[in-house]
Each structure stands twice: as C-alpha cells, then as structure tokens.
Design a protein around this ligand. Structure first.
Ligand code: PLP
Length: 441
C-alpha cells in the first residue's frame, strides 16, 4: 500500500483514505471507522465485503474476462432471466452499460430511434424537469439541473424543461413562485406549447434524488404523468439510477404507483457497488418495432461485461434470498420515523422526508418560511464534515427550499443496517447540526 496520498485530479473536499470496507462500515487510514450512511453515492445495498461476491468475481475472471458485447454468455443470460422478474411487466429487453450516465444517453438515443422507426423523425425533443440530475455526459447534462449545466451551456442540447417539479409544498401548491399549474399539468402545457409532434420523450426521476433530496411526489402525480405521455404518444423514461433495485422499499420506485414506463434506466444498485454497471430495460414491442424498421443500436465496448453481469446477478440473488427489498421498506420506515422524531424540531431542519432507505433532511435558515442559507455558506458540506468527524458519512444533496434550491443531506444507508446504526445516525446528525449552527449566525 502507498504511504502517501497521491493527488488524482481536482482537489477532493474530503481528507479521507479508505483502506477497506465491511458491511455498512468504511475503515480509514489511522483506524477510523465510519458508518456509510449514504451507501456511498446511494449505491451500496447488500453491504460491502461479501465473500460470495468475491468468490464469483474470482471464478468468472479465471474463466472469461472479455467478449464482444454481441456474443452471449452464461453470465449475461442468467442476469437477463433474473432481471425479467424484477422489472415492471413488459420491460423484458435489456441493454447494459458501464454506469448511469451511459444508460441515460442510451435511453435518450433509443427514444429518438423508436420515434424515427415509427415514421416520426420530427419528434426529436426530450422534456425533462429543472430539478433533476441524470448524469455527467453532455446529453445527460442537457436534461439536468441548471447548476450542473452552467459551464457547458453553449454545447448542450436545447431541450425544453418543465418547472416546477413536485416538491414538499405539494399537494399541488399553486402559490409557490412558478407553480401556476399543478406539476403534472405543467408537462401537458409544455407538450402543447412545443407541439406534440416535436416531442420524443419525457425523462424524470420517479422520486427526486440528489437535486431535490428524496422528494416523494403526491400519489396523483405519476398516474397523471403516465396518462399525459400516453395521450400525446410521448415515450416515458423513468430514471431509476438512484431509486431502483429496492432503494425506496419496492423493487423500483414506479412500482409504488404501478406505472410501467416505456424505458426504465438503472445503475448504482444493480451491482450494489461491486462493479460499475448501468442498464436500460425496454418494452419488447419497442425493440421489435425498431428491428422491423432496420434500425441498429451500437454497443459500448464494455456493454454486457461478463464479470459485471455475474456480480449483478449475484447481488440480486442475495437481495432475493435475504428479502432485502422488504427489509429496506421495514427498516427504512423505522429509520424515517426516528429521523423525524429526533430531528424535525431542530432549528437547522426544514423538512425530513423520504421512503424506504431513501431519506433526506432539508437544512434551512428559516424553518417556517423555508428559506435556504446562501450557497457560499456551504451548509451541506459543513454538516457532512462535522458528521464525518464523528464517524458518519451522509450523501450531499440540493434541497427544495427557495426557487434555486438549497441544502440537504441524504440518509441512504445499505439495507443491512439495524437499530444500533439507526441510533448512531440520528444522534450523530443531531450533534453535527448542533456544531454547525453557531457558525452560521
Ligand atoms: N441518474 C440519476 C438519478 C443519478 O442520481 C445519477 C448519478 O448520481 C445518474 C443518473 C448518473 O449515474 P452515473 O453517475 O453512474 O453515471
């Protein structure tokens, strides 16, 4: 092991060197033990250091390490067979990538291809929501949050965005600046404004992740969105990179409303962090239609990688065997109740919200008006620094306070945590909030 830290690229906001990880814990140089209350970047579900994952990895690498993605393998077929039991009915065709951003790009391209194959080549626009994050590549950035876009604006794709998206002011609060329509009607208004014949797809996270802070929409929202998309022949793309594979206490967040998107995008929890991988799951009719029209869809060099397929299949098998999706719902409900009970009265806390193992705490300057702190006060990072000092990592997010967003932290631990960890999370966050608040006066 190297005995000094080498700079990688830009400077990291953290001064941490992690030597190993086990279960829900990270072990840093110097003997520090840190509870991973973010599950990394909302990735880790089955916990780290599972021996059976290591055995699968060793066995696969010893037998097969690379094949062109058009060849089949036992690993790929096994994963496809298992995934068909996970995804909403009808989403039975899969395209694998090396991460979430590649999967989003693939979903966008596939949507354009579908429309072209139906003889609607003029449908080239994607509608997305202003408060959203879909990834780091140019196409994905085009569909995402303004703050992430700003350095690349001149080269991004000029697709329409709808604002507002749902927030904690729902149900259907029309008094908030910009909320002249309920959030689902805003989509219909935008489709009509642009002209339905120009719109290929609507892309959104079923529950907002890092750009809103675990925002669960009102129950009317998604059924209406799905109906509007169907009515105007707009393909519905659900970005489940963060919410998928049990994170919200159901296999996918869309399962909370029995919504079947045309394209579902996954990543993160697909392998639980054991290897980079993303995917799109697509309605078989759409693939057949494209094939009949003679369309082709390029692969990435590392699509369908046998090792990634094998580890994803094993991670999902473990989730099934240990009933971890159900556990995410049960333990997550306990964790959410504790977070609300212990923290919602704190002077720094504007809202505690979430579902399953997908929770966030909004950090505000004024609790009743829900006004955020100034961005240069770096409240989210101060809180995380104070928590890490005490042995807890939580994931940074943007909140929904104020028109431009605000501060929030996400509490999204591995699904295997128990009551001791829940106690530690709540107590440590309270201590971190107490430490930070005097410095903000
Ligand atoms: N979509 C959502 C909702 C995400 O949260 C992320 C990453 O955080 C992505 C897409 C991009 O995934 P990746 O970072 O694996 O490229």
């Amino acid at each position: 092991m190297p005995d000094k830290q080498e700079p990688l690229f830009f400077r990291s906001p953290y001064d941490l060197f992690i030597e190993r990880a086990e279960g829900a814990y990270l072990y840093a140089r110097g003997g520090r033990k840190i509870l991973d209350g973010g599950g990394g970047a909302v990735v880790v579900h089955i916990g780290q250091g599972r021996e059976e994952m290591a055995r699968v990895a060793a066995e696969v690498v010893g037998r097969i390490n690379y094949i062109v993605p058009v060849f089949d393998s036992a690993e790929r077929s096994a994963l496809v067979a298992r995934l068909k039991r996970w995804t909403p009915p009808g989403l039975t065709r899969f395209y694998f990538t090396s991460g979430g951003s590649e999967a989003i790009e693939s979903a966008l391209k596939f949507a354009l291809l579908c429309q072209k194959s139906r003889g609607r080549a003029g449908r080239t626009k994607i509608i997305s929501r202003q408060f959203s994050y879909h990834g780091n590549t140019l196409g994905a950035l085009s569909a995402g949050h303004n703050l992430r876009r700003k350095d690349y604006e001149p080269v991004l794709l000029d697709w329409p965005k709808i604002r507002p998206s749902f927030c904690y002011r729902c149900p259907w609060d029309k008094t908030y600046p910009g909320c002249d329509l309920d959030c689902a009607s805003a989509l219909e208004a935008e489709i009509l404004k642009q002209g339905p014949d120009t719109i290929a797809a609507f892309l959104a996270e079923p529950m907002m992740g890092s750009s809103g802070g675990a925002v669960v929409p009102v129950k009317e929202y998604w059924p209406r969105i799905a109906e509007i998309c169907r009515r105007y022949d707009v393909l519905l793309i659900a970005d489940e990179v963060m919410t998928g594979f049990g994170r919200t206490g159901r296999r996918f967040a869309v399962d909370h409303w029995n919504i079947k998107p045309d394209i579902l995008v996954g990543g993160k929890g697909l392998t639980g962090g054991y290897l980079p991988m993303g995917m799109i799951a697509v309605d078989a009719h759409l693939v057949d239609q494209c094939e009949r029209a003679g369309a082709d869809f390029m692969f990435f060099t590392y699509s369908n990688h046998p090792l990634a397929c094998a580890l994803a299949d094993k991670a999902l098998e473990i989730m099934e065997r240990e009933r971890l999706v159900e556990r995410a719902a049960e333990v997550g409900a306990r964790m959410g109740a504790r977070l609300k009970e212990e923290l919602s009265g704190h002077p720094l806390v504007g809202d505690v919200r979430g579902i399953g193992m997908f929770w966030a705490i909004e950090l505000v300057r004024d609790r009743s008006a829900k006004t955020p702190y100034r961005p240069d006060q770096r409240v989210t990072m101060r809180v995380i620094d104070a928590a890490v000092e005490r042995g807890l990592f939580v994931y940074p997010a943007r909140g929904m306070a104020g028109p431009a967003g605000g501060d929030a932290v996400m509490v999204t631990p591995p699904f295997i945590i128990g009551d001791d960890e829940i106690d530690f999370i709540t107590q440590t966050l309270r201590a971190a909030f107490d430490q930070v608040i005097p410095s903000l006066q």
